[in-house]
Design a binder for this molecule. Structure first.
Ligand SMILES: [Fe+2]
Length: 280
């Protein structure tokens, strides 16, 4: 397979690959190894059915279903839809989702391994996604600061995030809240496959760092989040229809950006790969 690096610290593009054809195990192995080394894989110009998207994603592991079940596709509940489109007055997907820096599903005890996002319809301008290498961000910290972070844990709260991100919506149901209790994760985690350390933070999802005064916790989080998304660690992706991106949520953060949702439609389908271990 022909490949090219996309950015100094994150991202590998695989060229000339058509995922609607059977993918040999050897080729998949190369993609999997590339994901470990570059944290993000881009494959452009795909024309996939929902079934093909799901089947390719399953090569990475079991798939998870989103707690907002109203935005899953039928008959593939493994696909979570991000969109501003409605059919018969009913939104087909979640809109304005992920417009902050986060790792997908960090609010679970065992967060997801990765995400497989496929662009079905994109606006001609806007709607870029930013991706940050949390390994590179961690490695750039000075040793004293790294020591200060060792052992610190933070509370990740989906209920808190939902309240901040979707103030204009009906609150989560009791069943949805029951599926998303607050969880605690270390601020620095070690990648279970590569052994690389990375920051594990996020903007709205973390309520506080355990054991610190409220102000100190907020200041440290703001400092870490700002550092983690410094320009040198961030790749900006301008989507084209048919782009498929797989990223490793164990060592990256990402952030969606707005677009003119009155003028354009955007339809993205995401499969989410189950994690196999708790961050540590
Ligand atoms: Fe996300």
């Amino acid at each position: 397979m022909r490949v090219q690096k996309m950015h100094p610290v994150i991202g590998l593009e695989i060229l000339d690959l058509d995922l609607s054809n059977p993918l040999p195990d050897e080729s998949f192995k190369q993609i999997r190894a590339g994901l470990n080394e570059y944290s993000l894989i881009l494959i452009r110009n795909q024309n996939l059915t929902e079934e093909q998207h799901v089947n390719f994603s399953k090569r990475f592991g079991n798939l998870m279903t989103h707690v907002l079940t109203q935005y899953l596709t039928t008959p593939y509940p493994e696909l979570y839809v991000l969109s501003n489109k409605s059919i018969n007055g009913k939104p087909i997907g979640n809109h304005k989702e992920g417009w902050n820096w986060h790792s997908d599903w960090s609010y679970y005890e065992v967060p997801c391994l990765g995400s497989v996002l496929y662009a079905r319809e994109v606006p001609p301008e806007g709607g870029d996604t930013l991706f940050s290498s949390m390994c590179a961000a961690y490695e750039a910290l000075d040793d004293n600061f790294k020591k200060r972070l060792l052992g610190l844990e933070a509370v990740h709260s989906y209920v808190g995030y939902f309240g901040k991100a979707f103030k204009d919506r009906a609150p989560l149901s009791d069943a949805q809240r029951a599926r998303t209790p607050d969880v605690t994760h270390p601020i620095v985690r070690t990648h279970p496959e590569t052994g690389r350390k990375s920051l594990y933070v996020g903007e709205d999802i973390i309520s506080h760092i355990i054991g610190l005064e409220k102000g100190e916790s907020a200041d440290l989080l703001a400092q870490l989040n700002a550092h983690a998304v410094s320009e040198e660690f961030v790749y900006r992706h301008n989507w084209r229809e048919g782009d498929l991106i797989i990223w490793d949520n164990r060592c990256t953060m990402h952030c969606a950006t707005p677009y003119d949702d009155q003028k354009y439609f955007r339809v993205m389908h995401r499969a989410t790969i189950e994690g196999v271990d708790r961050p540590r």
